[in-house]
Design a binder for this molecule. Structure first.
Ligand code: ZN
Length: 387
């Protein structure tokens, strides 16, 4: 999730060493020697010439893993997995980023996809995996680079901020190679973003809530429109975010905020896959016409996060299944009750005259002061797409 302040912490379903085994065997065969090299097709005045990652000191492409057993449906040529070293930790472990690179059979632009910048937003991680798994290099023109887990220690700890140094990775781009763990991650990721002609960053809610919208940046409207979410938020990216770094370099980008909470997971992941494939059609990586994924679409210019000021038990009046609907001003969205005395501590109320539900917490959740409660957009000032 993205917000001007950062106190939301949530978890999602994942496995630890020793928990019930989920073995993920990854990796597809390396690109055969006969496959064409990655090339970019840059419309005039839009694309830049960026040298390969391996040539950009001090970031180095690491070893390529050998094929084991693929969790994807078919082992496809043109898909390689690279390990990019970041730093060595105090515990002696190496911190690395795993970078997927799928090269199409024809030249074309390069699209970079990030997941897991916030470690508690696992739907972005899974979204990147499913999107990459949906691609067939034979039908692609160009390259897709995917980093499913941008902050591995944050993902492991299921926290928004990196546990090693407490920083929010999405507020410190372009990072610092001589900096802390998060700053070094940002430095490497910044270089990867510059490999692309286009960039998408996938976020979501955590365990306790579900979200459904996408950002629409000033210079990237067409990209967001092709993604197809019902709700778009016209807002430039937060300083220090991955999207701001991309925007500063003229790379069209947006942030996706889809899913979370463990409910309707497939629905939101399907949206991410369908929307991204539509984006790929819009920039020529995939063949075919751009589809109209929804006819009921709105661009919001005002979006607020409602946060409890007291901890306790939050009882929601609206659930994730009602995202995208409109409620009148003054509607009670949730209340926080004292689980000890049962008194109502506060209520979260829809603030605009007319409100889109953008993020909703599930029925009963424990909350801390400052958590994400609900997010609502101003439906009164929102503009219909095409209207
Ligand atoms: Zn996020």
């Amino acid at each position: 999730m993205e917000s001007s302040s950062d106190s939301g912490v949530a978890t999602t379903t994942r496995c630890f060493p020793g928990s019930s085994a989920i073995t993920v065997h990854q990796v597809l065969p390396p690109t055969p020697a006969s496959a064409p090299p990655a090339q970019t097709r840059r419309p005039p005045g839009r694309h830049r010439s960026v040298p390969p990652l391996s040539g950009r000191s001090p970031v180095r492409i690491g070893r390529m893993r050998e094929s084991e057993e693929s969790s994807m449906t078919t082992a496809l040529p043109g898909h390689v997995v690279e390990t990019v070293p970041v730093t060595r930790l105090g515990n002696g472990h190496s911190l690395e980023l795993t970078v997927h690179r799928i090269t199409g059979s024809a030249p074309g632009p390069t699209l970079v996809l990030f997941g897991g910048i916030h470690g508690d937003e696992a739907m972005g991680v899974e979204g990147v995996r499913r999107i990459l798994g949906s691609l067939d290099p034979e039908t692609m023109s160009g390259t897709v680079i995917g980093v499913p887990v941008c902050n591995p220690y944050s993902y492991d700890a299921m926290t928004r901020h990196t546990p090693n140094d407490g920083l929010n990775l999405n507020r410190i781009f372009p990072g610092l190679r001589a900096g802390s763990v998060t700053e070094q991650l940002a430095a490497v990721l910044s270089e990867i973003i510059l490999q692309g002609d286009y960039f998408i960053d996938y976020h979501s809610s955590g365990l306790y809530s579900t979200v459904d919208y996408a950002y629409m940046l000033t210079d990237s409207r067409e990209l967001s429109l092709a993604f197809g979410t019902k709700l778009l938020y016209a807002h430039d990216p937060f300083p220090g975010s991955s999207s701001e770094w991309a925007m500063r370099h003229g790379i069209p980008s947006f942030t996706s905020e889809l899913g979370g909470g463990g409910q309707f997971t497939d629905e939101y992941l399907d949206k991410a896959v369908a929307g991204t494939r539509n984006v790929m059609r819009s920039i020529g990586i995939l063949p075919g016409e751009v589809e109209e994924l929804s006819t009921d679409r709105w661009v919001m210019d005002e979006l607020v996060t409602l946060r409890p000021t007291a901890g306790g038990a939050m009882l929601s009046s609206y659930g994730p299944d009602q995202l995208g609907t409109v409620v009148p001003g003054g509607t009670e969205l949730a209340k926080v009750v004292d689980p000890y005395t049962f008194e109502t501590l506060e209520t979260l109320v829809a603030p605009f005259e007319s409100n889109f539900l953008v993020l909703a917490r599930e029925g009963y959740t424990r909350c801390s002061p400052g958590d994400y409660g609900f997010m609502v957009g101003n439906a009164g000032t929102a503009k219909p797409v095409g209207g």
